[in-house]
Design a protein around this ligand. Structure first.
Ligand code: NAD
Length: 359
């Protein structure tokens, strides 16, 4: 059977969109043409409905013990409800807190010290998990390393959706390689998010001979991800990832700025302003100003449904360590940066090169 068994650490807004999406795309007929919202109906031989969430870990006492279908709509989750999810029979289990919550999140995420932290590796092993996804709040380095270690112990692949460096750290890449397990990350590059739009603008300017003098990006949202960014220590890795994702598109140093701000009333709706100044033919100036509005978490889930299936193809084919081609297209901080056109071709090549099992 073509089943992909997935576990999630951090059942926040991104996990909610992913779980809703698996249900939403369940009944797509095999031969439909372009399907709004997704890049691949089949990724290799795998469809979105082949993804089964078989375990989930969180520390919020109001989520722990609940069925996934209920926990994903528990506050402070605030993303769009686009699909009713029937009872799954999978209950959220208590993960290991470590540095998972910063000062701002501690105020709104209740943790019960009497709830027992579970043995994560044992659960992953018992449920034959193929892939563990790390969806913790940005800045949770120790907790991310803990979950990556649990994946290694249990023998499953690891997707790092957050900016803490795991997949792009050669030491972690080697650990997964030595265990014969695939690894992907770091920090999801959303489907149509600020990063990809800004990168495409910079790449276009470069390819058409315009020197990018300045690029500024302001992101505003009201979800817990952005509340967390109000703490400079916690937003540091996100800013580094976003800056690096932009600067990597041009071979000279440009003045690139990224800012993140929390506006509670916006909830999971992200507004992004991008302003770019360049030098055109004969030194003539060119300015681009752009505003984008997008639901933040579904935007990341559209990437995750492909990343999960790519990881399963890697597992089927014994490909281990960081998946450079997959990381380059789907993540902001991959082990190797490429332009998005190159990375797109690398994904298509990945799909055509590997044997697709279970056909
Ligand atoms: N478009 C996007 O939304 C997007 C894009 C790229 C990256 N990301 C990253 O993905 C991550 C998740 O984003 P989100 O919007 O779902 O965040 P969120 O704040 O909604 O969810 C985080 C969840 O992790 C839980 N948690 C905290 N510490 C934990 C621990 N030690 N063990 C288990 N669970 C723990 C919290 O209780 C919460 O449920 C963030 O780091 C974010 O920056 C999101």
């Amino acid at each position: 059977m073509n089943e992909i068994k997935v576990a999630i650490a951090g059942l926040g807004n991104c996990a909610s969109s992913l779980i809703q999406g698996i249900e939403y795309y369940k009944n797509i007929d095999d031969n439909s043409g372009f399907i709004p919202g997704i890049m691949h109906n089949y990724f290799g031989n795998y469809r979105i409905k082949d993804i089964k969430i078989v375990a989930a870990f969180d520390v919020n006492k109001n989520k722990v013990g609940k069925d996934l279908s209920e926990a994903i709509f528990t506050e402070p989750n605030c993303t769009l409800k686009f699909c009713e999810v029937p009872k799954t029979g999978i209950k959220v289990q208590k993960g290991h807190l470590l540095d998972g919550l910063g000062e701002n999140l501690k105020k709104i995420v209740p943790v019960d010290p009497h709830q027992r932290e579970e043995n994560v590796a044992n659960i992953l092993r018992e449920r034959n998990v193929d892939i563990l996804i790390n969806y913790l709040p940005t800045g949770s380095m120790k907790a991310s390393e803990f979950y990556a270690e649990q994946a290694l112990i249990a023998g499953c692949g690891f997707i790092n959706a957050i900016p803490e460096l795991i997949a792009s750290n050669p030491e972690w890449g080697l650990k997964f390689k030595n265990q014969g397990l695939p690894l992907a990350g770091d920090d999801i590059k959303s489907q149509i998010g600020a990063t990809i739009v800004n990168r495409v603008l910079i790449d276009m300017c470069h390819k058409r001979g315009v020197k990018v003098e300045e690029s500024y990006q302001l992101n505003l949202a009201g979800n817990t991800d952005f509340l967390n960014f109000l703490e400079p220590e916690r937003e540091k890795s996100k800013l580094r990832c976003k800056n690096e994702a932009l600067q990597s598109q041009i071979p000279y140093k440009s003045s690139i700025g990224v800012a993140l701000n929390y506006i509670e009333s916006q909830k999971d709706n992200k507004i992004c302003y991008i302003s770019l100044k360049g030098i055109n033919f004969g030194g003539a100036p060119v300015t681009i100003d752009l505003k984008m509005s997008v639901e933040d978490s579904p935007n990341s889930a559209g990437i995750m449904v492909d990343a999960i299936r790519a990881m399963k193809i890697a597992l089927d084919n014994g490909i281990s360590g960081s998946l450079n081609d997959i990381c380059a297209y789907y993540f902001k901080n991959p082990p190797e940066q490429h332009t998005d056109d190159e990375a797109y071709s690398m994904v298509e090549k990945f799909l055509s090169s590997y044997k697709i099992l279970n056909s």
